[in-house]
Design a protein around this ligand. Sequence first.
Ligand code: SF4
Length: 295
Amino acid sequence: MIVSIDTGSGFCFGVTSAIKKAEEELQKGSLSCLGDIVHNGQEVERLEHAGLRTIDYNDFQQMRGGRVLLRAHGEPPSTYATARANGIEVIDATCPVVKKLQERIRTTYIQHPQAQIVIFGKVGHAEVIGLQGQTDNTAIVIEKPQDLDEMDLTRDIYLFSQTTKSVDEFREIVNRLKLKVESSHLDIKLNVEDTICRNVANRVTQLQAFAKQQDLVIFVGGQKSSNAKVLFEHCKQANPSTIFVSSPAELSSTELLSTLNIKLSTQKIGICGATSTPLWLMEQVRDQLNKLTIQ
Ligand code: SF4
């Protein structure tokens, strides 16, 4: 039996550097993080044991002084304003890719005040809130092609995307929007900026290629992570012998054991995960699997 971990799985560089920053800053003194640093309970717990306190926006508003880390998703300008007003030191771990996108949106908003800024993304997602904030919350958020029906087709349009959206869905939105603009026969400008982060967009193809090479795939992901659910489905499409676990302990459940007992004799077992799955968790799953094999 060969057990391997997908080298492409796990945190993207934006999340990895935010965690590294948190660990470095914790050496210097107490530190809070505004929101979960990553959508993975075990990793949040690990950092909380190291001293990182996770706070919400209410706590942040009430805080006076202290140090707060802003996670990779980024924040709207109002968060920085609150920090200034409350004497809070900001440790900015916004991913450089998100930072650049925020700046692009801000510049567009300032240079084209009459235009409509449209963001393809999830309403209420932390990154999207940060992006909308660059436009004083005037940007429209489109979640699906049908939402385009709500749009005002008399003004120039600047379309951007949340960094973690699917490239195919973005293309569909662009094509629909182009058709709408053409059929309106109005002289408006449609400016499309594909701002999807390839770090995540290329994951599906890489993950499916990995899954196809395995006899059994163990996908490790958080129960609450939407990225984990989506990637698990893609994995299952490529290899129907894919199971989902959130922790090594789940490998010992009776139901899973019966699945594994049939499959453990298989030649190749691959372990992979979502963009929010830490490498150490996949390694623990591998170790647990090895223990089961020895027993
Ligand atoms: S997905 Fe891309 S843009 Fe988003 S945090 Fe990761 S590296 Fe940065």
